[in-house]
Structures are given as C-alpha cells and as structure tokens.
Design a protein around this ligand. Structure first.
Ligand code: KG4
Ligand code: ZN
Length: 346
C-alpha cells in the first residue's frame, strides 16, 4: 500500500534519481518546477584518464555515492523522507549497470516510505528541462535534443506524451563527436566545453570541414564523418608541417557541427509550422549553438528556449520535474520496474 497525496497539484515534493551515465544525481522538485535541491556528483575525474566513460567503473561509483547524494539532496531541500509524495528514477535509456543502481535505490526508498514509484525516460527528462525555467514555453513545439548519446529532432505536443521523432543521428551523437575530436586533439574529456571555450579564440573559417547531411532533404543527422575529417586533416597537416592552432581547429569543427544542427532544426520549424524551438541535452550548453539558433529562429519568427547549463547536462531535477506531470497523468510503477537500454520515447 502506498500513501497517495489527496491534492495532486499542490505542494507535491518528488525525489528524483538519475544514474544513467557518469553523474550521480538526486533532486527534490516541488510541483514539477520548483527545484528544492539538485545534487550532481560528477565522475569526470575518475574516467578522465581513460578518455571516456568506463561503464563498470561508473556503476561502482554510483553504488558508493548514491546514499550520500540522497542524504545531501534531502538536507539541501530541508526535507524529510516523510515530506515526500513520490520517488522517481531514470530507468531508461543509459548504461544498464549504472541505471540499475538508481532503480534499486528508488525501489528501496519507495518501499520503505510506502510511496508511489515512477520510472522516467531520460530523454523525455531532457525534453522537459526547458519547461522548468520558462513559463512562456508554448505547445506544441519543436525540440532539438543533443547530448553525448542522442541527437534528436522531436515534435513535443501538450501533455508530455505522444512525442513524434522527426529525425535522429544515423551514427554518432553530436556530443560524442565533440568528445572524440577533443580526445583526438589530446584536449581531455568530456570535450564539449573544452572545444566550446577554445573555439572562442579561434578562426572558424581557417579550415572547411564537411557539413554531413546538410542538404539531405530529411531530418536525419550524421556525426561520425566530421570526426574522421578532423583526424585526416590533422594527420595530413602535421605531415606537411602546416598544422593550424588548436583554437582554429576547434572553431572550424564547431562551426561545421553547429551549422548542421541549426539548419536542420530551422528547416523543420519552417516546414512543420512551429513558432517555438527548445534546445536540450549537454550540447545545448554550447555557446555557438545557442547564439546561432536564436539568430536563425528570429529570422523565421520562432522563439528559442534552452535551460540553464545545470539543467542542460545530466541532472535529476528534470526527472523529478517530469515525474510530477506523469504522476498527475496517473503513472504508477510496480516494484518489478526494470532498467532498460531502450531509447524509444512514447
Ligand atoms: O546530456 P549529457 O550530460 O549526457 C548525456 O545524456 O549524454 O551530455 C553530455 C554531452 C557530452 O558529450 C559533452 O561533451 C557535451 O554534452 N557538452 C557540450 C558542452 N557541454 C557539454 N558540447 C558542446 N558544447 C558544450 N558547451
Ligand atoms: Zn543526458
């Protein structure tokens, strides 16, 4: 038997957990939008020396940290377990071992506190994030979700269900390309912010990298080719002793990566008749993407919304926030809730 709050829409505090990848995050969100705490413990230092996430290490680290992060989230929000109305957890998609840690913790909490349990899709969480900070966000809208694992153009109707995916990447995600290029250039991990910062000091016209699928006539993306072009260019230029500065390479790569994201999103906005665009996921933290999308959006009369940086990259606040909407729609999960790698959004 779980305790259900009688009033659904008021003062409902949900504890959310996200352990889908390399961040251990726990948040308390009231009524879907008011963030009482959003603790994010990054494992970057642990994975840095391997140049990417090592799944087994990520799971072990989540196990070490999860109880402390739950405690910290409660303390920061000044909330007791008895004040909570539900427990939400990312149960898909992600690294299976990592997801399982969050799912097990959420089940234990829900069972002990006799609270409703909700399994939440991580990508839907990203899509929800801009809504938490922008009252003016209207529906339906078009969402570009760009992270280390996903590059999706999604039509978002009112009601946080029945999403329609217009296009996705056929190979690497945009964030993955940033990470691989940074690794190749010896810049460190994760590469997105490092390249973003270096690019500000570089000349984006120094090298012309390809814009894959720019004119493909559909809404699909491809990011593995750009990465290979950067590698081939650097190899050749090094041999000929004509290697430009790393700032110029970063700026030129970023210009190519961002141009495709903006062009495809703007074309879809025009063709589908949208007036509102949202940017979400880790790559939505990118300064050039934000700027170029705003400029291009203004030209076609579309408003662009993106979350603050902390809500762009992985966080549990977006999970607890979306869980409130799902709770109000009647979602309740059983204790047989499982982790899944399935990335379908329904
Ligand atoms: O959403 P996220 O935290 O995790 C996934 O769900 O994948 O996204 C992480 C990705 C990484 O690939 C990282 O390099 C990229 O987001 N990223 C950025 C920036 N900040 C993070 N990419 C470009 N520019 C940034 N400023
Ligand atoms: Zn994510």
């Amino acid at each position: 038997m779980t305790k259900e709050k009688e009033v659904l829409s008021e003062g409902m505090k949900i504890l959310g957990i996200d352990t889908s990848c390399d961040d251990t995050s726990v948040a308390i969100v009231e009524d879907g939008r008011s963030i009482q705490s959003n603790i994010i413990s990054s494992q970057i230092e642990l994975h840095k020396k391997y140049g990417g996430i090592v799944p087994e290490l990520a799971s072990r680290q989540h196990v070490e940290l999860i109880n402390y992060i739950i405690e910290e989230a409660l303390q920061k929000a000044d909330v007791n377990l008895t004040d909570l109305s539900a427990i939400a957890v990312t149960n898909r998609p992600g690294l299976i071992g990592a997801l399982l840690v969050g799912v097990s913790a959420a089940k234990s909490l829900a069972y002990c506190c006799q609270l409703p349990l909700l399994g939440i899709n991580h990508i839907e969480g990203h899509i929800y994030a801009p809504f938490m900070e922008h009252d003016q966000l209207t529906f339906p809208h078009l969402c570009l979700t760009v992270s280390g694992g996903h590059t999706l153009l999604v039509e978002v109707p009112e009601g946080w269900e029945n999403y329609h995916v217009l296009g996705s990447t056929q190979d690497d995600a945009a964030g993955e390309a940033y990470d691989k290029v940074a690794k190749y250039l010896g810049l460190g991990f994760p590469g997105g912010k490092i390249i973003d910062d270096l690019a500000k000091m570089g000349d984006e016209t120094a090298i012309t990298f390809p814009r894959p699928m720019l004119n493909s006539g559909n809404y699909q993306f491809s990011y593995s080719g750009i990465k290979t072009s950067v590698r081939n260019f650097v190899e050749k230029a090094t041999k000929n002793q004509e290697l430009p500065s790393v700032e110029d390479i970063a700026a030129s790569f970023q210009a190519a990566a961002v141009e495709v994201l903006v062009a495809k999103t703007i074309r879809a906005t025009r063709e589908k008749g949208y007036r509102t665009i949202t940017l979400t996921g880790g790559v939505a933290a990118n300064s050039l993407l934000r700027k170029e999308m705003e400029i291009a959006g203004e030209e076609i009369g579309a408003k662009v919304f993106y979350p603050s940086i902390r809500l762009c990259t992985d966080n549990a606040a977006m999970i607890a926030g979306l869980a409130y909407q799902k709770y109000c729609q009647g979602q309740r999960d059983d204790f047989d809730l499982n982790a899944s790698a399935n990335s379908e959004i329904v």
